[in-house]
Design a binder for this molecule. Sequence first.
Ligand code: SF4
Length: 481
Amino acid sequence: MIRFDDDKPHEECGVFGIYQHKDSAAHTALGLHALQHRGQEAAGIVTYDGKQFHSHRGLGLVGENFSSAKVIDRLRGQSAIGHNRYATTGETVLRNVQPLFAEFAFGGMAIAHNGNLTNAMALRKRLIDHGCLFQSTSDSEVFIHLIAISKHATVVDRMIDALSQVEGAYSLVAITKDALIGVRDPMGVRPLILGTVEGAPVLTSESCALDIMGAEFVRDIEAGEVVVIDDLGIESLHPFPRVPPRFCIFEYVYFSRPDSHVEGRSIYETRKRIGAELARESMVEADLVVPVPDSGVPAAIGYAAEAGQPFELGIIRNHYIGRTFIEPTDRIRHLGVKLKHNANAASLRGKRVVLVDDSIVRGTTSVKIVEMVRAAGAAEVHMRVASPPTVHSCFYGVDTPSRDKLMAANMNIAEMTAHIGVDSLAYVTIDGLYRAVGEAGRDALAPQYCDACFSGDYPIPLIDHDGGGDSRQLSLLAEAE
Ligand code: SF4
């Protein structure tokens, strides 16, 4: 299987939850569909009907798993949670597909997790020594076992007890027989939003999942907040010691959908502002500003407006290929990126072109795109990147390659310029990125966001990774086998 977007980091998951709505499963399927960009390898929904939990989980897209009325009808009940998964490495197997479900002494509970725990392996070893039997190889399963062995009396206290032992980034939604629970880790690295549809509370990774069902935005769940939604209303708890929030700044650059509002900011407008910063910092004389579609489009619009240069769709993306093209023959395998992108020669011929991309990870796609633009007759090709150089791996829920595969970690600007084959290359600075998200710049002593993949400043200890960031997010699957 060839993956055509391999040169982008991958968000690992989207979560959704709804409480006391007559169409809870259908709304959860809709929400997951809107969050599809956060994970395309598996999807699952668990509902509760007042007596029993019902679950359907499968590999593939939401539409492949939840488009049948039969499946939705079988997911009875007025509370539901759902999850889209992107696996870090190895085969995606059904036992790792979320939501995870367990029967406890206090009743059943289903959990869906977006993020990554940085002490999951240490906890897992401890729990296995304690006699716990793991069903999956997902880091999220440690939540289940920590809750199971907690000595606290109530479900919420057990959950808080479990969470106080984990390190890492997590936005969680869970259902029990009495409640929908939402949690954001103390630094709020991954997003989680509260909304309401027809009076029913909704929790979702991004606001685009509210729009699809006509739900209203209520507020972001705060960093370190636990919300317990039950028949008595919505209770907000702050059980963890308060620390300064460090939301993932890459959500603004690439991960979140452009029509989402996250942490009070429009993703689309923020991306345009990043493009404008990029133009202020590194404008070059050119005839056209061309985005690398689709994710580079808003930054290119911002760049073009600030630079006063025409914006053109000089590269056209084929939207019908899907993420993968299964088992291509050797004859077409070499076409690679051309199956997804094609240069619009009519607009490029003889022009000095600024290509705007949101990020470059390995550089493999950039090399091919530049080749394509030159072959279409561009006179000059300049690359402008709407994020600082990605020089470190993410350990907080985003799949990035190990450092030896990150182009910017292994080459200087001159080397990268030659490697990609452009006339010039520039990245937005980290202060420029911070200005675009509304800060005066990066506070060197107290950075306002997680920006570890650019700065190497990891705000949450990497307990499972002694070297501190030199390798990719560890695969529990590989570890367990
Ligand atoms: Fe986001 Fe990068 Fe931090 Fe990961 S390391 S949470 S991608 S900013």
